[in-house]
Write a protein that binds this ligand. Structure first.
Ligand code: PMV
Length: 346
């Protein structure tokens, strides 16, 4: 039985997609499978305090039932989103209706960095909720725990379901990949060259402003988008090509595929209605320099992008002594005040 009150804490990392999720069906089901690197340094830590209010309370509509704090300060702006999330998950976790919740959250990365905290935040919150459920169901095994945490996180923010497991994570039913599902993310089960566990992700904060297009609006652009079906097909093919690349450790093919995925995401936004151009001049300058460096040095440094101007620079850890000096000398000047985050697969 659940005690009258208690508290749970979890930390969850962010992730960066190699094959992108862009376009969805109700409720939070992906239009195509996606595959990501789980990160290490960029994370959200959440403490969830709960207090039983009434076993049979029918809704969360009482606003006193949820209070959100960011770095110890009241953050009422986050409450509607969390509220909606709790309502959405309550059929799968009915006990939540009978709890008063106080959520204290903080990110390891700067708040106004242009790095979205929705994936790590929703993952950390889902893990806290599962921790409470585990007190009601002490026999829940670790597989069920993480599957359900991923399932819940997906309902908060699609990509968050890829932040429950480490390493390479696959979300979405992918042809020929047993166990893959649209409902939750799984550790990528295919054979992979060990080099991919060593990857570094140096994130250049080219533009630290708030995201110009919310991901909800972005996914919405794919409804009726003239290239939608071709895109979903491209992503499915890229997943199966990536399976082969991961197995063979073909780093040049990896670079090509990951960059095409990033640029496809941006191309879809540019060609949508309304149209969004989310790259900044610095983003393009970095892309050109990365490609030139790869050609001249033969080293497999590549970039990927989220739905914004910041650039993720991906390379094997063993090459950092050769690649990082290039980043410092040639690329950091395109980041706002030189701001960057040294992250890695975690
Ligand atoms: O999880 P959402 O709804 O914020 O969508 C994220 C989509 C991208 O970050 C642009 C791509 C991805 O697969 O993570």
């Amino acid at each position: 039985l659940l005690p009258d009150s208690g508290s749970t804490s979890w930390s969850a990392p962010s992730n960066i997609a190699l094959v992108k999720y862009w376009g969805k069906y109700p409720v939070q089901l992906p239009a195509n499978p996606s595959l990501s690197f789980t990160l290490e340094a960029c994370a959200t830590r959440t403490t969830l305090e709960f207090e039983k209010v009434s076993e049979h309370a029918s809704s969360l509509a009482d606003t006193d039932k949820l209070k959100v704090f960011l770095d110890g300060q009241p953050a009422p702006d986050f409450e509607p989103k969390i509220y909606k999330f709790l309502e959405r998950i309550s059929p799968y976790m009915p006990f939540v209706n009978g709890l008063k919740l106080r959520l204290n959250t903080g990110n390891t990365f700067p708040h106004s960095s242009g790095i979205a905290s929705s994936a790590s935040g929703m993952a950390a919150l889902s893990l806290c909720l599962l921790e409470i459920e585990k007190q009601l169901d002490p026999h829940m095994d670790s597989l069920r725990f993480s599957r359900k945490a991923s399932f819940l996180a997906r309902l908060g923010s699609g990509s968050a379901c890829r932040s429950i497991e480490g390493g390479l994570v696959l979300w979405g039913a992918a042809e020929g990949v047993p166990g893959s599902s649209d409902l939750y993310g799984i550790t990528y089960p295919g054979e992979t060259d060990p080099v991919f566990q060593t990857y570094h992700d140096t994130i250049l904060l080219v533009d630290r402003g708030k995201k110009e297009v919310s991901s909800t609006a972005g996914h919405g652009l794919m409804e009726g988008h003239p290239f939608a079906q071709a895109r979903f097909q491209q992503a499915r093919e890229n997943i199966s090509r990536l399976e082969d690349i991961l197995k063979r450790g073909d780093l040049n093919a990896f670079c090509e595929l990951v960059e095409v995925e990033a640029l496809s995401l941006h191309a879809l936004m540019m060609s949508g209605e309304p149209s969004y151009l989310l790259m900044k001049p610095g983003t393009l300058a970095v892309i050109e320099k990365v490609r030139r460096f790869r050609k001249e040095s033969g080293l497999p440094l590549c970039f990927t992008l989220d739905a914004g101007a910041n650039v993720h620079l991906l390379y094997p850890g063993a090459l950092s002594a050769k690649v990082y000096p290039f980043i410092q000398q040639e690329l950091l000047s395109y980041a706002q005040d030189g701001a960057h985050i040294c992250d890695r697969v975690g």
